[in-house]
Design a protein around this ligand. Structure first.
Ligand SMILES: [Zn+2]
Length: 308
């Protein structure tokens, strides 16, 4: 009898493990499917197109001498981006330069595959380049999660960086010209991009915000997540506020109300372009700065509990 009981226990353990594995796989494939879900693709204005996925953005800037692609989304999303580019009538092999908002898996994950498919040069800010080449390892903000990174969480296929640029550098492909604004804090080399877009008669200035998010483990007080993080955030707010943005873009769609603007444009009853949104741009920066001041005040009063 005891032997029968032991056997029964093992059967239960086996069945529980099997159920756990099945549920884990279902959950993982649902996540992957969501990461691959395309949005659009569609023309935002002039030579600027949306080729990203649901809520994680990728932008294509087209030109007669080749194109520029900003952000590679998750690793699983690279085929979706390539397909979106081809649906618009363009070819991934005509992308000459690949850019990135910051070295996190949801924006840099697909860069290696996109680089291989396009043969493009990958340009990354100096401070984020090593993390991109290490596939997400070495990010100071994720240091408390090192164990999870060892299991692969937050990592992505490493991509070789061809050019390491500094704040204020310009990227040119034919008539396309983008300016790099290193708006650090979220990562040490987090980059926002500004560039003119020619839309018929008008020239619009597009600004894509890298990120202004303070992650849960980040410390803005001593010991800082990385030396200078607090000053970096402060100067990022100043830099972004100083840009006269017409087209408000960002690395996540919900930050600039992508879905609402797409709906509004589809049902537009008036000649107003919802993507031209200088007020939304300034409001977003103001709200991010308010959250920064709030977190900073909390961490100044209770530094021990908020330090990583
Ligand atoms: Zn991020």
């Amino acid at each position: 009898m005891p032997r029968f009981r032991i056997r029964r226990r093992w059967i239960w353990i086996g069945l529980t493990l099997l159920l756990f594995t099945v549920l884990f796989n279902v959950w993982q494939s649902a996540i992957k499917k969501n990461r691959q879900k395309p949005v659009g693709p569609f023309q935002i204005a002039g030579n600027l197109y949306y080729v990203g996925t649901a809520n994680v953005t990728s932008f294509l800037l087209t030109g007669p001498e080749g194109h520029v692609l900003i952000d590679g989304s998750y690793p699983e999303a690279a085929p979706t981006i390539i397909e979106s580019i081809s649906k618009l009538g363009y070819n991934i092999s005509d992308v000459r330069i690949l850019l990135n908002s910051h070295a996190h898996a949801d924006h840099a994950g697909g860069l290696a595959e996109l680089k291989a498919a396009s043969g493009a040069e990958l340009w990354i800010s100096r401070a984020d380049s090593d993390v991109i080449e290490a596939g997400g390892r070495g990010d100071p903000a994720l240091a408390p999660l090192k164990f999870l990174q060892w299991l692969g969480v937050g990592t992505f296929p490493p991509a070789k960086v061809d050019r390491r640029f500094a704040d204020g550098d310009t990227v040119r492909v034919g008539p396309i010209e983008l300016t790099a604004h290193v708006t650090a804090g979220h990562t040490p080399g987090c980059t926002s991009w500004s560039f003119p877009v020619w839309d018929g008669e008008r020239e619009l200035l597009a600004v894509s915000i890298g990120s202004l998010t303070i992650l849960p483990f980040m410390s803005l007080v001593e010991p800082e997540t990385y030396p200078g993080i607090r000053q970096d955030f402060e100067s990022s707010f100043r830099t972004l506020r100083s840009l006269p943005a017409d087209l408000f873009l960002a690395s996540h769609g919900n930050w600039f109300n992508l879905n609402r603007k797409m709906r509004e444009r589809a049902h537009a009853a008036k000649p107003v372009d919802p993507f031209v949104d200088p007020k939304g741009y300034l409001d977003f920066i103001a709200e991010a700065e308010r959250r920064f001041r709030e977190t900073l005040a909390e961490q100044v009063t209770k530094p021990a509990s908020s330090s990583p």
